[in-house]
Design a protein around this ligand. Structure first.
Ligand code: 6R9
Length: 649
């Protein structure tokens, strides 16, 4: 961990929305009088009916209830589009850069966005979609994904995006859990020169869903698909016929805007529910201040809209601010390792926001792919998704930022809606690897993991909790409020528990040390080890499986699976391949184990609990600090596992 600090340049600080003095003053005000602070900012939104109540929140287990601006009425899509038409109707809202670098980019103005979203909303209405109905979106990174989200928001439908890398089974689960009436997909998703057959995944998923679910299909590549009359609808053809006008429906501040499924430490993924007004306010404000976004800037977040980062920082945050936001369909390393930088040059990107895993992958390709591009428009770099190691931070700073640009390391979660811990680029001196300080209105606390006591000294290490609510906070787990309370408010009473471990240094800077639960972070994607385990044990040849994370040079963490086969089944390479394929089809390619180790026995306590701590150490090649193994039912299994681990590359 580096203690070197990087203060903002004087020039940057002078032109920034927030400098150091202003941060201190505004932060203090936001904690002293949250109602005044948030009401002041919320009034900048366009309200159909203004709110009179600001905050009504309780973190009390058994009574967790979170409401912001609850008697206000507004429409999120109108705030992201209509509000800007008069002043910036002809400005580009979305730049679409396709996978194929030879294909033309599209510049979609706010006026065009308005028209497309209205047409799309009218298609949804014609399918009988009403306020509160759920719509699942399974699309590539194409403009229709943005239209679909905003069309739902316009008519008060609740979208739930499923990342296009998830399998048919995972898609079916989410359609069924959310009770969606419509699935929106495309024929194919091109990425890195290859095409994924999205529609055929959708077809396979819909076999497990109600036959009432309709399927709107974007003919994107024109690839061949099966077509089921009466169920499948050609979206573009319908949009052409639909009216370009569709009034934005008045929605209550607390009406749900979207559901996004995310992995937890147990069971099936949880449907994280976000609100309308609070979420939009928080995404917009963090986008403006944390990236120091100014009118006319081109902002690029490289995430996929299938993750929360894409929701908040490709769509809602930037569009709430009337920004120009870039949507990129491709991957960083195709056709070659300079693609990101070529896109930055081509579209004169001003703020660039990506994940440490991408930085590490590009770092491995050397400086040349970066240096051959003109990155002079860049003003700021951002990172998100996992802790960034100092080597990657330094490379990002020196090679991409030429040592001149602020780097914002933003810590947040699907559950938080937007950044909670982040530098403000004109105010905060950064330290490589630290997400620095809280955003306005956020009160982070570090608790002793076992006693649950708050550690009040500046220097502290323990679990990260948040003391009070902020507008962007998730409101519930879809259909299971008890699980919401249980997951986030039961371990440490009265606090929101993040699931992350954290250290606070002598300057009050926060350093995330990683998850303290059974969630791993693979290439910045959250994965529950329990999910991968249940996929593995569903295979007929598998008796038992235990999955842990281990350090991986590019991905941050890799997936390490210990597998016990059924009696009489042989531990062959062919079975290993088959298991990899199996997990890909049960969950998706991102869940494929990096290493499968055969484990004739797993280390268990006498009561039958798998000792994951030991499995983690073995996966990390750390055999000397296994700790006490005497409570194991059969301590000899450990020696066997160590021997097999040593035999792996
Ligand atoms: C936005 C997003 C959330 C988990 C979170 C933490 C890790 C995210 C981080 C970070 C260190 C950062 N995480 N940002 N760790 N530094 N800047 O990634 O949401 O997919 O829900 O993951 O990711 O462990 O708890 P999500």
């Amino acid at each position: 961990m580096s203690e070197k600090t990087y203060p903002p340049s004087q020039e940057f600080a002078e032109n920034a929305h927030i400098d150091a003095a202003k941060y201190d003053e505004m932060y203090a005000a936001s904690i002293k009088d949250p109602e005044g602070f948030w009401a002041g900012h919320a009034r900048d939104l366009d309200w159909i009916e203004p709110f009179t109540k600001v905050k009504n929140t309780s973190f009390k287990h058994g009574n967790v209830d979170i409401r912001w601006f609850e008697d206000g009425v507004l429409n999120v899509a109108a705030n992201c589009i209509d509000r800007h038409l008069e002043t910036r109707g002809d400005q580009t809202a979305i730049i679409f850069e396709p996978d194929d670098p030879e294909a033309a980019a599209q510049h979609i103005t706010y006026k065009e966005l308005h028209e497309n979203v209205c047409r799309f909303a009218n298609v949804l209405l014609s399918q009988g979609i009403m306020r509160g109905d759920r719509v699942v979106i399974y699309l590539p990174m194409i403009p229709e994904a943005a239209y679909a989200m905003l069309a739902c928001a316009r008519i008060g439908a609740v979208h739930s995006i499923v990342f296009a890398g998830f399998s048919a089974d995972a898609l079916a689960n989410r359609i069924n859990n959310s009770g969606a009436k419509v699935l929106i997909t495309a024929d194919e998703a091109p990425r890195g020169g290859r095409k994924t057959a999205l529609k055929s995944n959708a077809d396979a998923a819909l076999l497990h869903c109600s036959d009432k679910v309709r399927c709107l299909v974007v003919k994107h590549t024109g690839g061949q698909t099966t077509w089921i009359q009466g169920r499948d609808i050609d979206l573009k053809a319908q949009m052409e016929q639909a009216s370009p006008d569709c009034p934005a429906r008045p929605m209550k501040a607390e009406d749900p805007l979207f559901i996004l499924y995310t992995s937890g430490s147990t069971g099936q993924p949880k449907g994280v529910v976000h609100s309308s007004a609070g979420y939009l306010l928080y995404a917009g404000l963090t986008h403006k201040y944390d990236f120091d976004y100014h009118d006319g800037d081109v902002f690029w977040c490289t995430a996929d809209v299938g993750w929360v980062t894409g929701h908040s920082y490709i769509i809602y945050g930037p569009l709430a601010n009337g920004a120009t936001t870039l949507m990129f369909e491709g991957v960083p390393t195709w056709p070659d390792a300079s693609r990101f930088w070529q896109v930055c040059e081509k579209h004169k990107v001003n703020q660039f926001y990506t994940a440490p895993t991408a930085i590490r992958a590009l770092m491995a390709q050397g400086k040349e792919p970066v240096e051959k591009c003109d990155l002079s428009a860049l003003k700021l770099l951002g990172t998100v998704g996992e802790p960034i190691n100092p080597e990657a931070w330094n490379w990002y700073n020196e090679v991409v930022g030429k040592g001149k640009l602020p780097i914002v390391d933003t810590w947040w979660q699907t559950e938080t809606g937007g950044h909670l811990l982040t530098p403000l680029p004109g105010a905060t001196a950064t330290k490589p690897g630290s997400c620095t300080k809280p955003f306005f209105g956020i009160e982070p606390v570090i608790l002793d993991a076992t006693s649950g006591e708050e550690i009040t000294e500046t220097e502290a290490e323990g679990v990260l909790c948040i003391k009070d609510s902020w507008p962007g906070q998730m409101r519930t787990v879809y259909g299971d409020h008890e699980r919401f309370e249980q997951t986030y408010f039961s371990d440490y009473k009265g606090y929101y528990f993040t699931g992350d471990g954290c250290r606070r240094d002598k300057d009050g800077y926060y350093w995330i040390t990683g998850r303290v639960d059974d969630v791993i972070n693979v290439s910045g994607h959250r994965m529950g080890t329990a999910e991968v385990e249940s996929a593995l044990v569903a295979h007929p040849d598998v008796a038992e499986a235990a999955v842990v994370g281990y350090p991986h040079d590019i991905k941050g963490q890799g997936i390490y699976a210990y597998v016990t086969v059924m009696n009489g089944v042989e531990e062959t390479d062919a079975l290993r391949k088959d298991l990899e394929k199996w997990v890909r089809s049960e969950i998706g390619p991102i869940a494929k184990p990096d290493i499968i180790q055969w484990a004739p026995g797993l280390p268990k306590t006498r009561s039958g609990k798998i000792m994951r701590r030991i499995l983690r150490k073995i996966a990390e090649n750390d055999f000397d600090t296994l700790g006490d193994t005497s409570t194991l039912a059969d301590p000899a299994v450990v020696d066997d596992l160590i021997e097999k681990r040593k035999a792996q590359k």
